[in-house]
Design a protein around this ligand. Structure first.
Ligand SMILES: NC(=O)c1ccc[n+]([C@@H]2O[C@H](COP(=O)([O-])OP(=O)(O)OC[C@H]3O[C@@H](n4cnc5c(N)ncnc54)[C@H](O)[C@@H]3O)[C@@H](O)[C@H]2O)c1
Length: 356
């Protein structure tokens, strides 16, 4: 059964549809009804069949063009941004036309940013194909590219017209990419969604075997959580900060490793454990809750080995974090499982204690 969630506020509110099957021709035709030309942006790491199937869904009356990027974070660049813009201009795209992002967060972020700026904004539809892009990057309207000075430094808040999430894509995802998405799912459970926590706790092996019924529920709950947060705080002035749970320590771990050998997702999971340890030391959560957090992470096959890092090694990177404001570090901590908050009031000694 398809499930639907509305994200954002009028006039840029949009529908995220979760489908347990491939996208149907009739649904896709309806979404494309008002457009003339279509440019599908994708990357060469996806199984070839996905693009071929999407092409078959587009009504014959539309002109269809394809723009394929090389797979990988390197393509989230000014060069790709420019090449898509030049393609659109030479194909004489105008505001009656649209872009489709078929791929993971990399494709979604670049395509969304192009859509936000070409002719001061044309429509785009997202078809996220990784777990991370389905539960995270396709929801919330953030688009971006990287420049040599840093990741996601250039971008815009720009909502798609529609997001199609088909669980069928998840079958071909590598274990590493699947786990990276699971890290975000677990985060939603810890920061705001106790129901999701229960579902994950009772069904970890079904989740790991990618059982479609459970994944549909898990993805639905995840998107509901992200949608609730981003709809309340579209431009990141308030509650959206809780989405950064685990990120201060996660970023520090990534930086300490020179961004090699550990993925962003893996580092954030370790960061979430450290932030949970501090929540325990600050007397917000109980020892039992802390153990539950760790055991859920382990039961989902995610690494929890943060003790190979020590505070003094990570400290310079922690203090360099964006979350340091007026010299004071802001942390996202847990009041209980399913409830996070931002605070700068904690004992500094608990930062180092969390690593012992
Ligand atoms: N905009 C946001 O709010 C937001 C949020 C989180 C992350 N992001 C961004 O998302 C990006 C990461 O996205 P990602 O994790 O999806 O990685 P990705 O887009 O780089 O995709 C990872 C790999 O999986 C392949 N792939 C995609 N779908 C597949 C499928 N169904 N089967 C097999 N292979 C498939 C891709 O070709 C690629 O090689 C980062 O750039 C990050 O900054 C953005």
């Amino acid at each position: 059964m398809a499930k639907s969630i509305l994200v954002g506020k009028k006039p840029t509110k949009y529908e995220v549809e979760i489908l347990d099957k491939p996208i149907s021709k009739s649904k896709f035709s309806t979404a494309l009804k008002s457009y003339n030309k279509v440019l599908v942006v994708t990357d060469n790491g996806l199984p070839k069949k996905y693009l071929a199937d999407i092409k078959k869904l587009i009504p014959k009356s539309k002109k269809v063009y394809i723009h394929t990027l090389s797979a990988g974070e390197k393509s989230k660049s000014l060069k790709s941004f420019n090449s898509i813009l030049e393609n659109l201009a030479s194909l004489k795209f105008d505001r009656t036309d649209c872009l489709i992002a078929l791929g993971g967060g990399m494709v979604g972020d670049v395509t969304g940013f192009v859509a936000s700026s070409y002719l001061r904004g044309i429509d785009f539809i997202q078809i996220p194909t990784t777990l991370l892009s389905q539960v995270d990057s396709s929801v919330g309207g953030k688009t971006a590219i990287n420049i040599s000075q840093g990741k996601n430094l250039v971008g815009a808040f720009y909502n798609p017209k529609k997001v199609f999430i088909s669980l069928a894509y998840l079958k071909t995802l590598s274990e590493k990419e699947f786990k990276s998405g699971l890290g975000e799912v677990v985060k939603y459970a810890f920061i705001l969604n106790a129901k999701l926590h229960k579902i994950l706790n009772s069904n970890s092996s079904l989740v790991l075997s990618r059982d479609l019924k459970i994944l549909e529920e898990v993805i639905h709950e995840s998107i509901k959580t992200k949608s609730k947060i981003v709809t309340q705080d579209e431009k990141e002035n308030g509650i959206r900060a809780i989405l950064n749970f685990g990120h201060t320590f996660g970023h520090a771990i990534e930086a300490k490793n020179n961004y090699k050998g550990i993925s962003h997702g893996e580092a954030v999971v370790l960061g979430m454990i450290i932030a949970s340890e501090i929540s325990f030391l600050e007397n917000y959560i109980s020892r039992k809750e802390l153990d539950e957090i760790k055991s859920l992470i382990t039961s989902l096959g995610l690494s929890s080995d943060y003790k190979k890092y020590n505070y003094s090694d990570l400290k310079p990177f922690i203090l360099n974090d964006k979350k340091v404001s007026k010299g004071k570090l802001n942390l996202i901590l847990l009041k209980k499982i399913g409830s996070a908050f931002k605070t700068s009031k904690f004992k500094n000694s608990n930062l180092s204690k969390a690593f012992k």
